[in-house]
Design a protein around this ligand. Sequence first.
Ligand SMILES: Nc1ncnc2c1ncn2[C@@H]1O[C@H](COP(=O)(O)OP(=O)(O)OP(=O)(O)O)[C@@H](O)[C@H]1O
Length: 283
Amino acid sequence: MAATAPALSVAGVRKRFGRTSALNGVDLEVQPGQLVGLLGPNGAGKSTLTKIACGLVRPSDGAVRIAGHPAGSAAARAVTGYLAELFRFPGWASADEVLQLHQRLARSPGDDGERAELLARVGLSEARHRRVEEMSKGMQQRLGIAQALIGSPRLVLLDEPTSALDPAGRRLVRDLLVDLRGRGVAVLLNSHLLGEVEQVCDHVTIIARGTTVASGTPPDLARPGGVEIETEGGTQHFPDATREQVPDLVAQLVGAGERIYDVRVVTGTLEEAYLEAVAEPQP
Ligand SMILES: Nc1ncnc2c1ncn2[C@@H]1O[C@H](COP(=O)(O)OP(=O)(O)OP(=O)(O)O)[C@@H](O)[C@H]1O
């Protein structure tokens, strides 16, 4: 069962914190080798869902399984890597010591070699003996990502892993995510950086008010935005036209005596789709 099960399966999950209903029935799947972006406004329930997946929070209702094992079980935790949104490593520890500690916590058979490889993958080889308190926020975040990869997890849960990173650091993490996908690792990525999610994720789930409001591939979610044709008299916008209609549109305009300088098929952005999906329903 475990061999063919999704890396992460979330079915009908609800979570109440006292009077606050954080999740109201969310479904989500991440397959091995799939990179899924979890988007949603502040307070939508993304971190709560991630914490449920790694067994830190118990759902009030619903089922969460990791590679076929119940979330929170030893078998599930053994194949899961997690980077929390807000984490703090001891300031006195070096990068290498942080990873060593987490190797012990994760009971990873990994050794010096695993630590050196992980530090290289997050661009911290030179900082191996630097203390955490001497690192920038971005370096600490990259160390956090290395920590999440200890023991070669099959599922990696990353809660806003690039919020402190500069553009080069973000590129490095994007490349790392693509590499993980290539190795068959499943990744759930919580992020507010829509451009990044659009570039790297195979699938996106948007939650708002504790429920799923949209789900699909980034191109599916980012709807087409029509066709723009630049003519002598200015830009003409055909909002409902598709790429297939371009030759006919151009022929009509030329037939009507227009001169054409440029034609653009406008694609919507994930940002537009996101804003539409999370908008409060009108009463
Ligand atoms: N331990 C807790 N006790 C009480 N309420 C909580 C707890 N954790 C989360 N909540 C509430 O649950 C809801 C969802 O919070 P969560 O942190 O999961 O949102 P999020 O989508 O990750 O937000 P952000 O984008 O700001 O990180 C919020 O209303 C939050 O206040």
